[in-house]
Design a protein around this ligand. Sequence first.
Ligand SMILES: [Zn+2]
Ligand SMILES: [Zn+2]
Length: 350
Amino acid sequence: MKAVRWHAARDVRLDDVPQPSATAGEVVLAVAACGICGSDLHEYLHGPLYIPKTPHPLTGIAPPVTLGHEFSGRIVDVGPGVTALRTGQRVTVNPCLLCGGCAWCRRGQANYCAKLGSIGLSRDGALAPLVGVPAYGCHPLPDDVDDTAGASVEPLAVVLHAWRRARLSGGERVVLIGAGAIGLLLLQVLRTKGAGWIGVVEPRAERRHLAEALGADAVIDPESGDPARAVARLTGDERAAVVFECVGSPAAFATAVRAAGKGGRIVLVGLVAETVPANLLGLLAHEKEIIGSSAYVDEFPEAIRLLAERRVSVDPVVTTRVPLEDAVSHGLEALLRREEGHVKIMIVPR
Ligand SMILES: [Zn+2]
Ligand SMILES: [Zn+2]
């Protein structure tokens, strides 16, 4: 079968690979849809970041590796020892690979696992017609969550975890930096969970329009003036109680720190690979908190429920569907062509 494999930065190929078969404790899915994540784009441009440079301690895998960690599919093969899943079931998959034995795993803090890995980074992922996955990661999908929504459960779980990390109480003012897929899903979660005023900082006009349509109270173009000053002006100088940084750049971090008001919390969701300077005196004097948010722990069931109840919709966020063969030219590369206006691109293996 064909698979989209990462070999090196700027070197992702459509390779011929053997079909997976279900080993003990695992199932094989026929992939229905697989989203391209911002982190896939980071790996494409600057990787390896999360892709292991040497064999991963849990999987023994080193590049090349098949990308794809946001996916849904139908079970076509069930391995020995798997009793809770059956052939034909539609599922989405928590891609985290866990050792199960470290102190963090035993405490239920899966995202801290000492050997944490991920399908699509440290073992072959779902940018392929078939993918083998551990049964423990599978979550059956109800009929009212379609394949595309099923492939968006993973980023929605990222969003729910970030929301939880922020410790929001009702009515607090929020600023979102970045209206990509994560920012636009987070906006919907904030609306359904009862945040107060929500301002969105985003340079792309079509994403600002989406943010307005999805319930932002104000949208701010950071390329037409200082966005933190705009937040101050719009909030009577109080600024935001919580700022979510969903871009992952030094400039976005700097804006996030300044858009947060006194006692504000800054939640880091976007990936920043470089070292970033910070005005520690400003953070200290105004008692601002910087909070990391990484992946998710047990947010998949709530993400599935929010999608099934239509309280969050991925339809406005998914801008195109692309066949597997075009995953580089019309997927990864298309996301770099800003004029095309993409947010989330879904790969649909045929
Ligand atoms: Zn992702
Ligand atoms: Zn562990």
